[in-house]
Design a protein around this ligand. Sequence first.
Ligand code: PLP
Length: 488
Amino acid sequence: MASTSASKPVVIPQDFNSQLYTPLKEADPEIADLISKETWRQFSGLELIASENLTSYAVNEANGSILTNKYSEGLPGARYYGGNEYIDQLERLAQRRALTAFHLDDKTWGVNVQPYSGSTANFATFTALIQPQDRIMGLGLPDGGHLTHGAYTPKRKISASSIYFQSLPYQVDVKTGLVDYDLLEKNANLFKPRILICGGSAYPRDWDYARLRKIADSQGAYLMMDMAHISGLVAAQVQNNPFEYCDVVCTTTHKTLRGPRAGLIFFRKDKESDMETRINNAVFPACQGGPHNNTIAGIAVALKQAAEPEFKKYAVAVIDNSRAIADALVKKGYKLQTDGTDNHLNLWDLRPLGLTGSKVEKVCDLASITLNKNAVVGDTSAATPGGVRVGTAAVTSRSMGTNEMVIIAEFLHRAVQISLKLQKEAGKKLVDFIRAATEGNGEAKQELEQLHKDVQAFATQWPLPGILDTSAIKRPDILANGVNGASH
Ligand code: PLP
């Protein structure tokens, strides 16, 4: 009789397949070294990029698992290949958990958990709902929208969403920085979109779904929410609920939701009888091939965690932290778009200081603070955004609270003051500014080196999700190879 457990291990082959059993450190020291350096970077720095987060140990385990080996084109119970009995269970579990995490009833809502990313989830949704060259309206890119919501410039259709569909952006009000719903309504009346898209990448306030629904209904349009940035906050019910009003809700899984890099598409099942089939067919075979089952396992783990009470506390803390940074910066006299935040991010308008986002981003980078330059309302040139975006999801995942946000705001203040000094020393041109920041020997350069030391000393006191023993994280010898251009 066959034993149920493999008591005697099968011998590892010494033939041409021996490489399949070699650990990464031996098999590929270059890649192992880069992972180790990146681990140090994440540990020793402050991650304030609003679209990033630090996922859990369990999610990383699932994501790095043997599930990556399996092909499973199709859906549970209807695959193109055999051997999917466990993958079917996995995908069904991920679907159930997605509905549970977002408090949805499976009679009204369905979900596709296969999108490789947020961009493909959005494109698959367009493919499912409308025809090529139909019209879509989303928040404009410089106003905080995402590329995939129809972005274009006068000379270039930047995104497949503007290449294959006609798009017209809506905007935020120049004075308040809030979505101008009145103007949106007027323009929707003229443009007559087939899909009205809400959600964005750099919008610090919540969405008026009831108003958006009304506008969509007036045109017989679908209402689609791309909640990529705020999906963790929606799951925790600390933002308005898009599911009350939308026909389709897309998301990435790796931002505030804190899963692996992928996407989800939720769709209303009770309005159009073929919606489920259209979405599923749009994901596969229209836009994608085989699902990434290791990622789907990671999503399932993240969704289980998102339904736990601790996750709600995390989401509340993300917003508290974001508001604490806002308060601290405003107290110092800085200008934030919309004067504050309701979510995980702040948009910091640097133009009153005579600085660009690029310069502050560079100085922060050299000080191990990672954030990104971002357009602020009224920017005339997309090439030189006038602000930076500051997010709190990742630092909250490192267990930092509002007191630490005050310290971080002080670091940011120092970075801005150093930027002003560097600009005074080097002039307005970015290349000269960078040279002064990296090669100069002025006072600002010295202050930047001190800031870098202080940030690293602070950041390395905090845990790094996914890493059980931070003492094993090695500081790379950056002096020897000058990898990151920093001098210490
Ligand atoms: N949608 C929004 C609102 C986003 O902010 C992003 C990414 O930043 C995406 C979609 C695209 O996601 P991905 O990078 O996974 O394709």
